[in-house]
Write a protein that binds this ligand. Structure first.
Ligand code: CTP
Length: 393
């Protein structure tokens, strides 16, 4: 793949693996990318500015107040870059950027950067396993950063364990992958629903289902990484860098969807919406009676997907369906009955995929009769495959 016109910013922090980045810069340059390097002062103990300058064929940035034009350096460099790769990322820099500390040029750029960030940590294995570092990495993941986990092996500190910078080829491929997809949904508003709805019985009890919301979250994350403006309507708590609206019941979800729907381009209904809700919600906790049985009357919830499809103008609407038998037949019937453009079907009778799992295997049907199977893979991969496939149809 040629990377002409792509602007790659590489942040190098103080760690022995810094020397490996020289090879990476060469690979990007050979693919015609425009590469700029920002170094922490400590990283220059491991590689020289001159080496990096020669390899990147660009000035290497270190000092924050070495101002050359009217725009502060950390802002103009952040504006220039299509992607920000930090490799190797030390425990110190990871913790600083996770907490918004901006005490050098690299951390200031990270703070001002709103596009795709890839972080490749490298450190001693005890530092890697430190709870504080893992928490900070999770904070960065939640903000949309991709973390390329270190590998296990012999470490420069003399120990063996997890902490080696992952392979240069893996970093290279991840950057290419991210750049390839980064603008596929640019300018589009994508609404995703996720999680099982909660239908309350009384102030302490409810009816719900086992949906974890992971598939919907993966779709929302992928859409965001593809450049979309994302609105995630979910029953689960999540910390993400785009708009989320937390809801409980099917009726709440429908109300919010209706408010967001008009200017949407794509709606993905990955939520497991309860088909029924309690007819008479009890304001007070229902007390145990002397009877052996208790009957709770349920009434049908609106079918949100069907209602949306009745009112859609240019929006593309995608439904999900969870089936425990006759997946093909049931999916085709549902697609037609609900009136959506696509239906993603998964088999919930399998323990290794779907509900609560981190992996999925799906078959997607289009209203034109196209069918595509995506083999078992992490939900993150399946999510991207679904969005890409829909986008080409
Ligand atoms: N759905 C919806 N409103 C409902 C029920 C389902 O919008 N009241 C949506 C789901 O978000 C999903 C699709 O319809 O995108 C299919 O959901 P599924 O539970 O598989 O189908 P149901 O219509 O509920 O049919 P059944 O439970 O009988 O299989």
């Amino acid at each position: 793949m040629t990377l002409s016109n792509k602007h790659i910013l590489i942040g190098i922090t103080g760690g022995i693996a810094a020397y490996k980045i020289c090879e990476l810069i060469r690979k990007f340059k050979k693919s015609n990318a425009d590469v700029k390097i920002v170094c922490t002062p400590n990283s220059l103990n491991f590689v020289t500015k001159l080496t990096l300058q020669n390899l990147s064929q660009n000035e290497v940035f270190v000092q924050e107040f070495d101002v050359k034009n009217w725009k502060p350096e950390h802002i103009s460099i952040a504006d220039w870059a299509d992607i920000f790769l930090i490799a190797p990322a030390s425990a110190n820099t990871i913790s600083k950027i996770a907490n918004g500390i901006s005490d050098n040029l690299l951390t200031s750029i990270a703070c001002a950067f709103s596009k795709k960030m890839i972080i490749a940590p490298a450190m001693n294995f005890n530092m890697w396993n430190n709870e504080a570092i893992q928490k900070n990495l999770n904070r960065l993941r939640c903000r949309g950063a991709e973390i390329l986990e270190p590998e296990s092996g012999f470490l420069a500190c003399g120990y063996t364990g997890k902490g080696r910078l992952c392979g240069v080829n893996k970093i290279f491929d991840s950057v290419i992958e991210a750049l390839k997809y980064s603008s596929v949904l640019q300018g589009q508003k994508v609404i995703v629903t996720a999680g099982g709805t909660i239908e309350e019985i009384d102030p302490v009890r409810y009816i719900s289902n086992y949906s974890s919301g992971k598939m919907g979250l993966a779709i929302a994350n992928s859409a965001y990484n593809m450049g979309a403006e994302v609105v995630l309507i979910t029953t689960k708590d999540c910390d993400v860098p785009y708009k989320t609206i937390k809801v409980k019941s099917a009726l709440d979800m429908q109300k919010v969807l209706n408010e967001e729907f008009n200017n949407a381009n794509l709606v993905v209904m990955a939520a497991a919406v309860a088909d029924y809700r309690v007819k008479n919600y009890s304001e007070q906790k229902i007390k145990k009676s002397n009877e052996e049985t208790l009957t709770i009357e349920l009434v049908k919830n609106p079918d949100i997907l069907t209602e949306l499809c009745k009112h859609k103008v240019n929006q593309i609407v995608v439904g999900f369906c969870a089936e425990s038998e006759n997946l093909f037949e049931n999916a085709k019937i549902k697609l037609e009955k609900k009136g959506c453009d696509f239906l993603v079907a998964n088999d919930i009778s399998r323990q290794d995929i779907g509900f609560n799992s981190d992996e999925n295997e799906v078959i997607i049907f289009s209203k034109e009769g196209n069918v595509q199977k995506f083999d078992k893979a992490p939900k993150k991969i399946i999510a991207r495959e679904i969005l890409e496939w829909i986008n080409t149809k």
